[in-house]
Unconditional design. Structure first.
Length: 125
């Protein structure tokens, strides 16, 4: 799980930088201001959670493991994919119904943070 968490961190971080550059350069003239803001929100949350996954993976590598830490990793991985992914597609396509999917990702991210809190709390001696 540690390896997967760190791989996801690196992939999400690198992809966030690429998508940020793509949004700033290739899409800035093609998206409305509203959709540029949606794209930017997706980038921000993806990058924040790439950093969270990196920290989580390093905590796990140092020996802080358990069900709560594994839950946090899976929630961050899936939540980022659903939250940011739905916003990228929404911004790029204009299909507004995708906005209904975004909160599912948001809930997973919140659960991930709660699980991380529990895992750290239980692991702290």
């Amino acid at each position: 799980m540690v390896r997967l968490t760190l791989i996801a961190a690196a992939a999400y971080g690198g992809l966030a930088v690429c998508l940020g550059a793509f949004g700033a350069h290739a899409l800035s003239s093609r998206l409305s201001l509203e959709m540029q803001a949606v794209w930017h929100t997706a980038e921000q949350y993806q990058f924040y959670h790439a950093l969270a996954l990196l920290a989580l993976g390093l905590l796990m590598r140092s020996g802080l493991t358990g069900t709560a830490m594994t839950t946090a990793a899976w929630c961050f991985i899936a939540g980022t994919m659903i939250f940011s992914g739905s916003l990228y597609v929404l911004a790029g396509s204009g299909i507004r119904i995708l906005g209904a999917v975004t909160p599912i990702g948001g809930v997973l991210l919140i659960v991930g943070w709660i699980a991380l809190l529990i895992g750290v709390w239980r692991g702290a001696h």
